[in-house]
Design a protein around this ligand. Structure first.
Ligand SMILES: [Zn+2]
Ligand SMILES: [Zn+2]
Length: 235
C-alpha cells in the first residue's frame, strides 16, 4: 500500500488515513506470523473463501483491537470476517458503532489469502474459465490494460490474470452494444466499464496513461469512480 499517495489525494482525511495505516500495519504483522498450510489436495477456487481459518483470524484481530483501540471490539469478529470475505452485508446494528471495522477486516483477509495463494500457487484446480478469480473465486473490481492485453485483479488474494478486453467478467457478456465506458473528471487514466446486461461495473486502469501502483492503492485512489458508478445504479 502506498499510504503517502493516499494521504496526498485525500488531504482532508489525513487523521483517519494515519489511523488506518497503523491498524493495517499491526494486522499485517500479526497475520504474517500465522502458519500457512500447504493444501494436501489441490485447492478449488470455489472452496477457498469458505475454508479460511476464521477463528484464528478473529483471534488476531481481537489482539490488535485491544492493543490499539483499548477494550473489547464488542462485535463477533469471526462473523464479521466471514461476511467481509464473502462480500455479504454485515448486520446493521453492529455496523453503526464501528466505522473502523473494515479497516481491521481487510488486511486480515487479504494478508492471509495472499500468502495462501503464494504458498499454493501451482497446486490448485484450473480456474472456472469465467471472470472470477482463478485462485479464490472472488469477482474482480479492477482491470489493468496495456498495449496488447487486459489483466483482471483480485483485491482479496492479489491474483492477476489475463482476460479478454471486450467482456464483462461478471456475466460473460461480450456485446459492445451493451458494454460501455465512462470516466470521471479529475481521475486520469481510469475508466468505468459498465455492463447493461448484469448491471455490474469494473474500474479499468490504462497503464499507458497512468503510473499504476499496486491494486489496493489504486482502488483507494479511484474511489470517485465507484461513487459515480454506484450513483448510476451499477453494482
Ligand atoms: Zn482472488
Ligand atoms: Zn455483465
Amino acid at each position: 500500500m502506498d499510504w503517502d499517495a493516499i494521504r496526498r489525494k485525500y488531504t482532508e482525511d489525513a487523521h483517519s488515513i494515519d489511523k488506518a495505516r497503523k491498524i493495517h500495519a499491526a494486522v499485517t504483522e500479526k497475520v504474517r506470523r500465522l502458519e500457512i498450510p500447504l493444501a494436501d489436495t489441490p485447492l478449488s477456487p470455489r472452496g477457498v473463501i469458505a475454508a479460511l481459518p476464521y477463528d484464528l483470524l478473529a483471534e488476531v484481530l481481537r489482539e490488535v483491537w485491544t492493543e490499539l483501540m483499548g477494550g473489547e471490539p464488542g462485535v463477533d469478529l469471526e462473523k464479521a470476517l466471514r461476511a467481509f470475505a464473502a462480500d455479504e452485508p454485515f448486520p446493521e446494528e453492529q455496523h453503526d458503532a464501528l466505522e473502523e471495522l473494515p479497516v481491521f477486516l481487510r488486511p486480515a483477509v487479504t494478508g492471509y489469502l495472499t500468502r495462501l495463494r503464494e504458498k499454493n500457487e501451482g497446486h490448485q484446480e484450473a480456474g472456472t474459465g469465467t471472470g472470477s478469480c482463478p485462485f479464490c473465486g472472488t469477482y474482480p473490481r479492477m482491470a489493468f490494460d496495456s498495449e496488447t492485453s487486459r489483466e483482471l485483479a483480485c483485491l482479496l488474494c492479489g491474483k492477476q490474470w489475463r482476460f479478454q478486453r471486450i467482456g464483462c467478467p461478471f456475466c460473460g457478456n461480450a456485446d459492445h452494444e451493451t458494454l460501455g465506458y465512462f470516466d470521471v473528471e479529475g481521475v486520469e487514466g481510469v475508466r468505468v466499464q459498465y455492463c447493461s446486461e448484469c448491471k455490474h461495473y469494473l474500474k479499468v486502469f490504462d497503464t499507458r496513461k497512468r503510473t499504476v501502483r499496486d491494486a489496493e492503492t489504486e482502488d483507494v485512489l479511484s474511489l470517485d469512480l465507484d461513487t459515480a458508478a454506484q450513483e448510476e445504479g451499477y453494482l
